[in-house]
Design a protein around this ligand. Sequence first.
Ligand code: RIB
Length: 301
Amino acid sequence: MNIITVIGSLSTDFVVIADKRPMVGETVMGQDFKTTFGGKGANQAVAAARLGGKVEMVGKVGSDLFGAEIRDNLIANHVSVTHVEPVTHLASGSAHITLAEGDNSIIVVPGANNAVDQQEILKIHDLLRRSAMVVLQQEIPSETVREVIEFCYQEGIPTILNPAPARELSLGLIEKVTYLTPNEHEFQALFPDLSISEGLKQYPNKLMITVGSKGVLIHNGSEEVLIPAYKVTPIDTTGAGDTFNGAFSVGITEGLDIETSIRFGNLAAALSIQKFGAQGGMPTLKEMKEHPAYEKTWNFK
Ligand code: RIB
């Protein structure tokens, strides 16, 4: 089976559910508080593994209870943790999430995720060479992301960069990524001088812009296409983008074409937002197969 290597963040999500967000200097009463597994890297790894992907996670946790639980959760989801190591000088990563007014806002404290440095990448050259796809996000240091993309480009290994959260990225590096999956906000941060249509046209079959409940935009070389999202009533949209990226990586590595892989990702994301927590609603392949929108051509296993 094709190996999908995810290099990225591992976190615990501390989630507050409230009717409204506090303004600066204001205190509001919340309804509930929950602790769940998160981190964009771990989320994308779990999403891919639940859909049958053979996933290797590369990341760091702290030598604390949270770190042990994060590792155990990956193992429970059949993600290989051979390259998930504890560090002693930093606490495990955490994300502090407010769910209010129908959407989330998040503060990420990277902690041990900042220890995923360039030295770590030197240790995994062999794994990268054996990977059918390498998946990255931006909750680890930018130099590490750059190192991985440069290496994969030289070696001809396909990459997906989910440029979230938004930060600066050189155009030279963008050229070397196989698939780039920003949301609208991240697209604007990356390409402040381009309209969405101009950006899509400039990067056909590479740039996929996730536009929330509308779906995913791509230029297929001939025209701009919106691949629509499946209509559902969301409970919690946290991790929808991660589910899309994980599922897309499975679709592509299983030989589906880009637009079909996007539809596969869109259905997985639609299912994921119907339950609480970034990973709570991520579907298994069985759950996908049971859905009426499941397409025959996705029947890769
Ligand atoms: O994409 C959602 C994730 O972003 C959350 O799980 C949280 O950990 C933040 O990093």
